[in-house]
Write a protein that binds this ligand. Structure first.
Ligand SMILES: C[S@@+](CC[C@H](N)C(=O)[O-])C[C@H]1O[C@@H](n2cnc3c(N)ncnc32)[C@H](O)[C@@H]1O
Length: 346
């Protein structure tokens, strides 16, 4: 984006913030609520959005505790129900309640809040994609991408893997980390790069000049992870950001666990969503991982694998299904079978 366009984006954003700082009616569907936005800054998690319920009294803030369950608590339960746990908080709000196309606002926000963020020094392509509405809101937020970059460099991780390439946002952070040290490899699995993204992720990676340490497998994670494990491959970090349906996330978890070395890192995007929470419960009750709150954000959970211990064939967990706390027993084999049948329906 040229400096002039960036100035325009900032001016538009400032106008938006001025009007929204006083609660205004934004056309919410709920009978008792009027929702609006108050941007809130939080150093670790990036900008969050408080939701103001009519009268301005009930402010709902997403509160990240960094506990073992990675619970994101809400002060007003009804609002959570209203927006539905299954959808990402920020994205659907923009879609449902902003008068303008949300695509106009994502990049403006990034430009506004992250003008001087160090992610901008990693690659000109990274600067570009966070200013371009085409990539919003698919790409990993820049603060989160930068955490992945730091995790990789500070722990000197050599082999990183990611489920879900899309426009290559997170991939560019991993590749920047490998380029900085002049060694390492990043593997991305995604069967829909050409079908859904017109090869744009691969183009951006090529344009960044960081592609030397990149390996792309255009396959579904289930097969891709299984084949890598059969080939005896081992990774130091796996970033799970593919299909967000619960069976798919659980299947990815089982697949990446087979590849991760003890001491390796598992990074879960969108772990505040129902599928992510279910996966975290399954991990807590069946796998030998510990949560690293310092590296997690409101939507990313980073865990470290403690030992080589294989999970039991039957995974037990108490998870929330359709807002009801339920005890479930999941056979590892059945998770993979459920995924297979849901893929057939796709
Ligand atoms: C949210 S996007 C990933 C964003 C990306 N990590 C970034 O930061 O820019 C989710 C991606 O998962 C991919 N995906 C969906 N199902 C998948 C599967 N079964 N295996 C691998 N990737 C999958 C989609 O094609 C999409 O590109």
């Amino acid at each position: 984006m040229s400096p002039v366009a960036e100035d325009d984006a900032l001016a538009a954003l400032e106008g938006f913030l001025r009007t929204r700082l006083d609660p205004v009616i934004t056309g919410c569907k709920g009978p008792d609520f009027v929702l609006s936005f108050v941007p809130a800054m939080e150093e670790q998690a990036g900008p969050l959005f408080a939701i103001v319920v009519k009268g301005g009294t009930a402010v709902v803030e997403r509160e990240f505790r960094g506990d073992a369950d990675h619970t994101v608590r809400y002060r007003v339960r009804e609002v959570l129900d209203l927006i539905g746990e299954k959808r990402e908080l920020l994205g659907p709000f923009w879609a449902d309640h902003l008068p303008l196309d949300r695509a106009d606002w994502g990049p403006a926000l990034y430009a506004f809040f992250y003008r001087n963020h160090p992610y901008r020094t990693l690659s000109p392509v990274l600067q570009e994609i966070y200013l371009d509405p085409r990539y919003w809101p698919t790409i990993t937020p820049p603060t989160q991408g930068y955490k992945l970059y730091r995790l990789t460099t500070e722990h000197d991780l050599q082999r990183t893997l990611e489920v879900g390439l899309a426009y290559g946002g997170s991939t560019l952070f991993f590749l920047a980390a490998h380029a900085r040290r002049g060694r390492g490899e990043h593997i991305a699995l995604d069967p829909f790069q050409y079908e859904d993204y017109a090869g744009e992720g691969l183009n951006l990676i090529e344009r960044s000049g960081l592609g030397e340490r990149f390996r792309f497998e255009p396959v579904r994670s289930r097969e891709g992870l299984r084949d890598l494990a059969r080939g005896g491959e081992v990774v130091d970090l796996a970033y799970v950001d593919g299909d967000h349906m619960v069976w798919a996330v659980l299947s990815d978890l089982i697949g990446v666990d087979a590849l991760l070395r003890p001491g390796g890192f598992l990074a879960f995007d969108d772990s505040h969503m129902a599928s992510g929470k279910a996966a975290l419960r399954v991990i807590a009750e069946n796998f030998d991982y510990s949560v690293l709150p310092g590296w997690s954000t409101d939507r990313l959970t980073v865990l470290q694998k403690r030992s080589e211990r294989r999970p039991p064939a039957t995974l037990r967990a108490r998870v929330t299904v359709a807002r009801t706390r339920t005890k479930v027993m999941l056979e590892r084999r059945r998770i993979v079978e459920s995924l297979r049948s849901s893929l057939r329906r796709r």
